[in-house]
Write a protein that binds this ligand. Structure first.
Ligand SMILES: [Zn+2]
Length: 90
């Protein structure tokens, strides 16, 4: 595996925190494949340029939907994202 060296241009602008939770999958019987959650998955998002912090999202389906597009949705409205000034100026 190649390890990439950090560059001077690298910059963290936003972060998605994901806790995968803790669950037990039923291996046999009519409920095979079901997961009993001791702690549901959860996620949240933070944008550093505008200091936005999302509410915490809980649940398998909710977390999946959240992490799929939160970054794109937020960048479309973020006052600290460079694309905003260009797109609104046109
Ligand atoms: Zn932002």
């Amino acid at each position: 595996m190649t390890k990439l060296a950090p560059t001077a241009e690298a910059e963290v602008r936003d972060v998605i925190f994901v806790d995968l939770g803790e669950g037990y999958e039923t291996k046999k019987g009519p409920r095979k494949g079901e997961i009993w959650w001791k702690r549901q998955p959860r996620a949240r998002y933070e944008c550093l340029p505008c200091q936005y912090a999302s509410p915490v999202v809980h649940g398998v389906d909710e977390v999946r939907a959240f992490i799929t597009d939160i970054r794109t949705r937020h960048r479309a409205i973020c006052p600290g994202h460079p694309g905003i000034a260009q797109s609104t100026a046109a």
